[in-house]
Structure formats: C-alpha cells, structure tokens
Design a protein around this ligand. Structure first.
Ligand code: F0G
Length: 366
C-alpha cells in the first residue's frame, strides 16, 4: 500500500492534505478554517457492547471549525466558487450547512443567504448563522421546501448553491473516509452514520472506493445508514411529506442524494434502518456520560443504530453473528452544544448554597 498522510499535513485543512483527490487546480486560493483532521476515538464500552473481540471507533466530526462535518465540503465548494468569481452563496439548511456556509463566506469575504424552516433550527446553529453575518430567511415550510426554492434560485445564476447537490461539497466530505483509512491502516468492516439529505453517506462511499482504487486500502466497509422513525424516506422507499423528529438536523422527507445513498447501501452490502427519537436521546446521553463525547441528537442516530444492530431482532442488520475482531466506525456528525434545548429542559434548577467549605461539601454529598 502507498504511504499515508502525516499529521502535520492534516492540520492545514482538507484541501492541502488531500488535494490530489480533489477537483482543485494547483493555482486555487484555498478558503480554509483548518477543517478535518478530526479524532477517531477508540471506544472500549461500545466495543464491549458489540462483543466478539470487535473494536468500535467514534469519528468525532463535532470538532470541526463550525462544529459539524459540513466544513469539509464547504472549504472545497467556497474555494471553487471564489475561483469562478461568484460573490453570493445560498443554501437551504436544517442548521449545520447554514452555519458552515456563513462561516466560510465570511472567511472568503463574500455574502451568504441561508433559507431555513421557521422554528425548526436548533438554537446554537441559528446563532452561528447570525454571528457569521449571513442573510437569514425563514420560510413557512420544511427543509425540502427550502431546498426546492434554493434550486430554483440557483438556476437564475446569481447564486452558488452550497448544499450537497453541489458536487464540490461531496468531494470535500469524502476526506473523512480517507482520514479513517489513514488512521486504521485500512478501511473498517462497518461504517455507521446518520442519514438526512444523504450527502454524507454518498461522500463516504465515494471516498472509500477511491482509496481502494488507489491501493490505499484493501477492502470496503458495509455502509449502515440510520434515519429517524418519523423522517425515514429511504427506509420506507417513499417521500415523507411531513417529516418529524427531535433530531432536527435530519428532519428531511425527500433527500437530494437518495439514489446515491441507495447505491452505497446496496453496493456495500450494508443496510438502512430507523431509530426512534427516544433511542436517539438515550444514545446521546449514553455517549456523553459513558465516553465523554457530547453530540447533537442527529449524530447520536449512529450510536442508537449500533445498539439496535446489537440488541434488536428486527434490526435491518444484525451484529449478533458479526465476524470476530471486526472493526466498526460510527460517525458523529455535530457538536452537542449546537442543540441544547432537550438537555436544558432536563437540567434541575440550581439553588446556591453558602460560600463555605462545609456547605459546599454537604451539597456535593447530597
Ligand atoms: N447529522 C447532522 C448533525 C446534520 O446536520 C446532517 C445534515 C446530517 C447528520 C445528515 O447528513 O444530510 O448528508 O445525510 N444536515 C443538513 C443541514 C441537511 O442542512 O445542515 P446528510
């Protein structure tokens, strides 16, 4: 196999690190915030849960510059938009794409319009779009409506669409698969991730295939995608008109990369399954409290999915007879601080005690 990338190359952002695999010219001016190079964290407790000597790793994409995996694709999409002389970005979003687009537009010194479903964006993500100075338009409709409008505005020609229907986004996002292979020395046996608009599962599959073709790996993982029960168009194989889930990032009824996701799942002999909101929130708490990794609800769908594969008889894919010593990777896509509302609701009110050692000690022991 060929040599892998070094850590110092990686810290310069995904274009510098993986440019031979990306659609960029040598002369391109790179718009980067140092995205990528995210940790692949070995998880002893998840490994134990799977059993049979298997190893589970968590790819923590929440530590990207704007707190989600979107930054990998945004650096490529925005650098290329700048090269073409475009001055206005536009995207539809459930929150993370808009935060990322707004940040990279600011970095590039161009403007950015984000079209969002009113009342359905997690607090932290909306706050990010404001902070980075994007033009925010809320619509009375869902993400699918917003994307339809963005596609039409894109056709007029003044805007560069930076949703994952822009192939530059997918190209950038595939670098997460490269990093995983570089870290593990080969591709894992299974890759689990949440699925919304289905760009990310598409991108990982492209990345794994490309690395295999370039002999950087010797095999391909089975791709296992997880949708929320109330927003599971790919699982049900039909458009969901009114998708609903607590995991607002993946509240999508008509994914843009539906067919590509299907191809990834079928070609990799993987699967698509659903997880309930209850299981998503339980997995979110579990990951925070057992492994110290705090992710947003949508991200916890991959962990809830792993539990389902281990425990449930009606899972689309069962780990009960998994090959001994298999390696599994779960991508967690976004940081927990972006979407704090459920956790805030669970927090007990803090009643201060007197500022003495004795009172504080009593309070700790209570
Ligand atoms: N996880 C998070 C945290 C997301 O923000 C998204 C998508 C996904 C998973 C699903 O990834 O769409 O590639 O299948 N968020 C988009 C957005 C839709 O607008 O931020 P996907």
């Amino acid at each position: 196999m060929h040599s892998t990338t070094t850590k110092s190359q990686r810290s310069r952002g995904v274009i510098e690190c993986y440019r031979e695999f990306l659609p960029v010219s040598p002369a391109i001016t790179i718009i980067s915030l140092g995205e990528g190079n995210t940790p692949l964290i070995y998880s002893p407790r998840l490994s134990e849960r799977v059993g049979r000597g298997c190893e589970v790793f968590v790819k923590n994409e929440g530590v990207n510059p704007t707190g989600s995996f979107k930054d990998r694709g945004m650096t490529v999409a925005v650098s290329k938009a700048m090269e073409r002389g475009m001055t206005t970005l536009i995207c539809a979003s459930t929150g993370n794409t808009s935060a990322s687009a707004a940040a990279y537009a600011a970095r590039a010194g161009i403007s950015c319009a984000v079209i969002l479903p009113a009342g359905k964006i997690a607090t932290g993500k909306l706050l990010q779009a404001f902070a980075y100075g994007a033009k925010i338009v809320a619509i009375d409709g869902n993400f699918d409506d917003a994307l339809r409008i963005v596609r039409e505005l894109g056709e007029i020609g003044d805007f560069t669409i930076v949703n994952s229907i822009n192939p530059d986004r997918i190209a950038g996002q595939k670098t997460a698969a490269f990093e995983i292979v570089d870290d593990l020395g080969d591709a894992p046996d299974f890759h689990l991730l949440p699925v919304g608009n289905a760009g990310n599962i598409t991108a990982y599959w492209v990345g794994y295939r490309e690395y295999l073709a370039h002999e950087r790996s010797t095999r391909l993982p089975a791709m296992l995608g997880f949708q929320a029960i109330g927003a599971a168009p790919i699982f049900h194989d039909r458009i969901i008109d009114k998708p609903e889930t607590i995991a607002s990032a993946i509240r999508i009824g008509n994914p843009a990369s539906w067919q590509q996701a299907r191809t990834a799942i079928v070609e990799s002999q993987g699967g698509i399954d659903v997880v309930s909101d209850e299981d998503i929130l339980a997995a979110q708490s579990w990951l925070a409290q057992q492994e110290g990794i705090f992710v947003e609800p949508a991200s916890a769908a991959s962990i809830a999915g792993l539990f389902k594969c281990c425990d449930s008889d009606d899972a689309a894919y069962s780990f009960q007879k998994i090959r001994q010593t298999s390696r599994l990777v779960c991508t967690v896509t976004g940081h927990g601080l972006k979407d704090p509302d459920v956790i805030i609701g669970r927090m007990k009110e803090l009643n201060p005690v007197a500022a003495t050692v004795t009172d504080v000690r009593h309070a700790i022991e209570r």
